[in-house]
Design a protein around this ligand. Structure first.
Ligand code: K7E
Ligand code: CUA
Length: 624
């Protein structure tokens, strides 16, 4: 065949391909509707998924996704549906990128610890809906809870609570942010610091559950604690609507054993059922007010006997993990890691059973509701159910760790599984858009997987965690996107972007820091014996003063104000070889105190690239 003939023969085909390509490009410009099967529109699932997650340059995502950072002690912020990582909020861990843990204030907040294990972000709520004010998060290692202000995305408070050992069943927030949960995951002798051998586990070890009170300005304080049997209190949730006023925790190891050398995974799986613990927080609050609590290590601690009718166990199979309250508040959904079903409890029936004292047993003064009296359904979701979320359309989504998939099931008769999707791999938590509010959005689900097994470029043996975005707007779930984060997200929350209105600079007139300065005239150095205090200013592109003279052994405090009122004009202050790294946002004032323990000449400079002459933003710290 000569060339001419080949062209003639294939020309029609080339025209068709070109026309197809043009059509595709013009289609691609429209945002693909979510939840349509690829087949119907003639596009492949991959193209559909790409269009559904594509957020064009300059456009913004529809939701914030706040991932807990696990033992990195941080929170990661991403956008949905793009899944792009936008920011990291340091909480329990110093973070040089924002200077967190380097200035006096954040250093004091972190105290003696340089890490935490953040598991469950809990957004503040008004009438059961996210209100965009704060985000709370627990430390599973140190019995702490933190508050992040969603105005500036910064950690404002870290509260350490006495008697709590490993705060895992936290931070679950009541519908009007009255209380946040805390609970002991690993029972120990109370108060902390008491010695008793593990051979005395059943008699001398205890769990504690706690209610953390939140003031109108977000300030957290300990409301009450309750001494509970030495089980492992695991996940929690706050009741709403029908179950408003109640808090729930799952627990395992109701065998109350810790036998040295005998695996807990064996001893804690002997009983067919463990429990969900339910507590009425208003009654606990009242009991403390009525003087029923005893002070243990500075904390008001109630005994279950102080709370008749206000604390109950509900039996749940088997080695429970997640407990999740449905949007109506009527259904309390508990999942046992070793059970092939997830269990739905009817809270109206539970209230009636409490009223009628319809108990099957009493454990350490805590009545146990009769399973048959309160159980509404056992939904055969599949193997290893952990956590459940909701879509606002009458369906629930349960993560199946063992089966490595997510089950979608009907909340209501006939309580059947309607869809399943495999995930890669071994999902822990999952989150739907505003999925634990009274009013879930549906739309998207993120599967927080424990293993990623090579679905990304290899980075050696220490690998990232995987999160998969799934479209839940249609009948069938559809996988859209694989994203990765540093270790190790447990739970995440997805909040509609327009619920938040972060500010972009600290307004000068709102800066109440007594050490703030705004002009050259206020720049000064004061010496008082061996104490040197410097009021310093940073602005494009210089520091004032640009030379600081001290003597070896002086205690130096620098108060530095970034006087910029322009968005994105951050400055940093690093003093070389002195481990000083402060980042000051526009309009912000920070202080850092240290001892000038090395003589010599040390340069300081601005770490944030702030202007064309950013490199010139430097000075000298002279130590005689
Ligand atoms: Cu990883 Cu909520 Cu701490 Cu389940 S927990 S997976
Ligand atoms: Cu200021 Cu660079």
């Amino acid at each position: 065949m000569n060339k001419g003939r080949v062209i003639k023969k294939f020309l029609p085909l080339v025209v068709i391909i070109l026309a197809g390509a043009i059509l595709f490009v013009s289609c691609a410009k429209e945002k693909a509707p979510r939840g349509r099967a690829g087949g119907a529109s003639g596009r492949s699932d991959i193209v559909e998924a790409a269009l559904a997650t594509y957020v064009p340059p300059g456009d913004l995502d529809e939701y914030y996704l706040f991932y807990s950072g696990g033992h990195s002690g941080q929170i990661f912020v991403a956008g949905v549906p793009s899944m792009r990582h936008i920011s990291t909020i340091p909480v329990f861990t110093p973070y040089p990128g924002t200077g967190y843990g380097f200035d006096d204030e954040t250093k004091a907040m972190l105290g003696e610890y340089t890490w935490g294990d953040s598991h469950h972000p809990g957004p503040s709520e008004t009438n059961g809906d996210y209100d965009g004010r704060w985000l709370f998060i627990n430390d599973n290692a140190q019995g702490r809870i933190a508050r992040i202000d969603l105005g500036d995305f910064k950690t404002k408070q870290i509260l350490k609570v006495p008697n709590i050992s490993a705060n895992h069943g936290s931070s679950f927030v009541t519908p009007n942010t009255e209380y946040i949960t805390m609970a002991t995951r690993m029972s120990v002798p109370i108060p902390l610091g008491t010695y008793a051998d593990v051979s005395e586990y059943a008699e001398k070890y205890n769990g504690i559950i706690a209610g953390i009170k939140v003031a109108d300005d977000g300030e957290m304080s300990l409301g009450w604690e309750i001494l509970v049997p030495p089980f492992n209190y695991d996940l929690g949730d706050a009741g709403k609507l029908v179950s408003e006023g109640w808090l729930f925790w799952t627990c395992y190891n109701s065998e109350r054993e810790f036998i040295e050398g005998v695996k807990l995974e064996v001893t804690a799986s002997q009983r067919d059922k463990d429990f969900v613990l339910a507590v009425n927080w208003r009654d606990a609050e009242k009991a403390v007010k009525d003087g029923k609590a005893q002070m243990i290590d500075g904390a008001p601690v109630l005994m279950p006997a102080d709370l008749p009718g206000s604390i109950v166990f509900i039996p749940l199979a088997k080695s429970p993990h997640g407990v999740d309250v449905a949007p109506s508040g009527k259904w309390i959904i508990g999942s046992g890691k070793l059970s092939p079903t997830t269990t739905v409890f009817n809270w109206e029936k539970a209230l009636a059973a409490i009223e009628a004292e319809d108990f099957e047993a009493v454990v350490d003064d805590i009545p146990v509701l009769r399973y048959e009296a309160v159980m509404e359904a056992e939904v055969p979701v599949g193997l290893g159910p952990l956590h459940t979320q909701f879509d606002g359309k009458g369906f629930a989504y349960t993560s199946l760790f063992v089966e490595s998939s997510i089950a979608k099931w009907r909340v209501g008769e006939p309580w059947d599984v309607v869809d399943k999707i495999p995930v890669a791999y071994n999902v822990g938590h999952l989150v739907t858009a505003e999925g634990e509010t009274v009013n879930p959005d549906g739309n998207y689900l993120v599967s927080l997987n424990k293993l990623s097994k090579g679905r990304h470029l290899s980075v050696g043996p220490s690998i990232p965690e995987s999160a998969q975005l799934i479209d839940i707007s249609g009948e069938k779930m559809k996988l859209l996107y694989d994203a990765f984060t540093e270790p190790e997200p447990h739970y995440a929350v997805m909040i509609k972007a327009d619920k938040l209105s972060p500010y972009e600079v600290y307004k000068k007139d709102k800066n109440t820091n007594p050490n703030a300065i705004w002009s050259d005239e206020e720049v000064r150095v004061e010496r008082n014996g061996k104490k040197v205090e410097v009021w310093m200013m940073a602005v494009r592109s210089f520091f004032a003063p640009d030379v600081i003279r001290v003597n070896k052994g002086d205690e130096v405090t620098l108060h530095i104000t970034n006087i910029e009122q322009t968005r994105d004009e951050l400055h940093g202050l690093a003093i070389n070889d002195y481990n000083i790294n402060i980042v000051i946002d526009p309009g912000e004032t920070k202080s850092v105190t240290f001892t000038a323990n090395k003589a010599g000449v040390y340069a300081f400079y601005c770490t944030n690239f702030c202007s064309a002459l950013h490199q010139e933003m430097q000075g000298y710290f002279l130590v005689k």
